[in-house]
Structures are given as structure tokens and as C-alpha cells.
Design a protein around this ligand. Structure first.
Ligand code: AMP
Ligand code: ZN
Length: 136
């Protein structure tokens, strides 16, 4: 399979690895938002988080937390962003499940997202529609 992260997992291309166990690998992002920016990936290939089995998703977040604590301590971050881009429209460029662990500093002044407003009564409608999809 022509997947860069699978190649990193198999050791076919180099990466700055920081953590590995039977199911997961964590390595530094080559184009970091801030130094210490880490990617945590399951070793098994799934296109993105939505395609990944629940059990693996649960375990993935436990590894994310463990790795994040070490990243935060090491780079003395003031905070962290955890980010999973799902789909091209959401900015996903590597189609192998991964969570970004991004160290943040009070002094970086990054703004993550632009904000929008709901029209009158719209927020309730959107919540109801999503809620319906979660009932069965
Ligand atoms: P995305 O799919 O948008 O969540 O982002 C994929 C991330 O993978 C980007 O932040 C890239 O900088 C990073 N990346 C791509 N290739 C490599 C690589 N060979 N080693 C480490 N990070 C990489
Ligand atoms: Zn892969």
C-alpha cells in the first residue's frame, strides 16, 4: 500500500519516533505547528478515525494522553491541541488514522478557527437533527 505512515510503521522510511507499542506508534510531525508536535497512529491501516474500530479508537486516545503528557513536559507547553482531520474537506492529507498532539504556548497567539453565528432558532434545529441520528 502506498501510505507514508504505513511505510514509517514498517521502518521503510525514517521518522523521529518517540513511542511504540504493539498497536501504536508516535513520531514527530516533520512540519510542526510548534516544536514537539507529534502524530499518534495505529499500526493497522484505516483511512481515518471514522473508519477505525471503536476498540482501537479507545486505546488510541489513551496513548494520545500518555504521549501528550510527555510532550507537554518536554517542551514546557502551556497547553495542547488534539486534532484529527477527517476527509479532504477537513484538511486531511495523509489517509491513515492519526491524532495530532500540538503543544501550545500562551505566547504563540494562534487562533484555531474562525467563528460563525446561528440564525434565530437554528441551533435547536441542528441539535435536534443530530440528536435524531444518534437514536435508534
Ligand atoms: P493531516 O493529514 O492534514 O492531518 O496531516 C498530516 C500531517 O503529517 C502533516 O502535518 C504533515 O506535516 C505530516 N507528515 C507528512 N509526512 C510526514 C513524515 N514523513 N513524517 C512526519 N510527519 C509527516
Ligand atoms: Zn497506512
Amino acid at each position: 500500500m502506498d501510505c507514508i505512515f504505513c511505510k514509517i510503521i514498517k521502518g521503510e522510511i525514517p521518522a523521529a519516533k518517540i513511542y511504540e507499542d504493539n498497536n501504536f506508534l508516535a513520531f514527530l510531525d516533520i512540519s510542526p505547528v510548534n516544536k514537539g508536535h507529534t502524530l499518534v497512529v495505529p499500526k493497522e491501516h484505516y483511512e481515518n478515525l471514522m473508519e477505525t474500530p471503536d476498540e482501537l479508537v479507545r486505546d488510541l486516545w489513551v496513548v494520545v494522553k500518555k504521549v501528550a503528557l510527555a510532550v507537554k513536559k518536554t517542551v514546557k507547553a502551556d497547553g495542547l491541541n488534539f486534532c484529527a482531520n477527517n476527509g479532504q474537506a477537513a484538511g486531511q492529507i495523509i489517509f491513515h488514522t492519526h491524532i495530532h498532539v500540538i503543544p501550545r504556548f500562551t505566547s504563540d497567539h494562534f487562533k484555531n478557527w474562525p467563528n460563525q453565528k446561528y440564525n434565530n432558532g437554528e441551533i435547536e434545529k441542528v441539535a435536534e437533527e443530530i440528536g435524531k441520528k444518534l437514536k435508534n
